[in-house]
Design a protein around this ligand. Structure first.
Ligand code: HSE
Length: 310
């Protein structure tokens, strides 16, 4: 049996605009790398964290990666196992790209591999969610499930973790831009209105249902018509400088749709080919550039594999 495993878990687009808390899409990059080494000393420890200037807890009871592994070991009743975890953050924290979810996912996948894969990929979901909850303050699955399973994931029910993978149309690309400001998901969620009008509910659910249909039929024109979040985006957009200018630039560059990734500040656009995605990312980045806001653009195909051993 190996005594060390390295796993990459990718960033994700939580909500995909139209499906607040119920949809998520897995990207090829960026992501987090986690190495776990077996140790003769029982217990789970965080040995090293690199790639971030933001302080991340090293106390194993408060770190998303170690909590996920601790819950997995508790479930398997493996009290004598010892693991040392090394975290290489390769994506920004508080960016809306599912950074804490990626760390939790990479950690449980690595631990499961080291143990000889006692659980299926899907059975790891509750433990990765427990780890992620340390950061978000509650169970939010729309980043964890796509990073773990890959593709585009629909979460039918959060408490029972009833999730399903949706078809991924060929040539669907994401263009993203991360403006270098930090938004914490827990803060952002606490500011959302608790109620929705019946009129808005009807429009949003019709558009969400249409998006699912568009994925099944690879209907990009339907994506263009239906991917409009009228409930959450208008509440969060004021917290992201120049959001509507960036969105306009993405649509003018030929994107099918544009909205906020997770709780932001990253803005994503879905595009019907790689060239349009490259152009869209550049045009979105240009808006921040000309307004003096440092930013990082990304372009990615939908990653259908999720976390992978490296
Ligand atoms: N879906 C959650 C939110 C988490 O928008 O608050 C972000 O992925």
């Amino acid at each position: 049996m190996n005594n060390s495993i390295r796993v990459f878990a990718p960033a994700t687009i939580g909500n995909i605009g139209i499906g607040f808390d119920v949809l998520g899409l897995c990207l090829e990059h960026p992501g987090d790398l986690i190495t776990i080494r077996s140790s003769e000393r029982p217990g789970v420890r965080i040995q090293k964290i690199s790639g971030t200037t933001i302080p991340i807890p090293t106390d194993p009871q408060h770190n998303t990666a170690s909590v996920a592994v601790i819950r997995l070991l508790e479930h398997l009743e493996l009290n004598a196992v010892g693991f040392d975890i090394e975290i290489e953050k390769q994506m920004p924290f508080g960016s809306g790209l599912g950074s804490s979810a990626a760390s939790a996912v990479a950690a449980v996948v690595a631990a499961n591999e080291l143990l000889g894969n006692p659980l299926s990929r899907r059975a790891l979901l509750p433990f990765a969610c427990d780890g992620e909850a340390v950061s978000t303050g509650g169970r939010v699955v729309d980043n964890v499930a796509p990073s773990l399973l890959g593709g585009i994931v629909l979460i039918r029910d959060i408490p029972s973790l009833d999730v399903m993978q949706l078809p991924v149309p060929k040539a669907l690309y994401a263009a993203l831009v991360y403006p270098h400001i930090q938004i914490l998901t827990a803060d952002s969620r606490s500011k959302l209105q608790e109620t929705v009008s019946l009129k808005d509910y009807i429009r949003q659910s019709a558009n969400l249902a249409s998006f699912i249909h568009a994925l099944h039929t690879s209907d990009f024109e339907l994506i263009r018509r239906c991917l409009h979040d009228i409930i959450v985006e208008p509440q969060r957009a004021p917290g992201i400088p120049h959001f509507y200018e960036v969105k306009k630039a993405a649509m003018e560059a030929g994107a099918l749709a544009c909205s906020i990734s997770g709780s932001g500040p990253t803005i994503f656009a879905l595009c019907g080919d790689a060239e349009i995605a490259e152009r869209t990312a550049a045009e979105m980045a240009q808006v921040f550039q000309k307004n003096g806001i440092q930013n990082t653009p990304y372009c990615s195909e939908v990653n259908t594999l999720g976390a992978t051993v490296r």
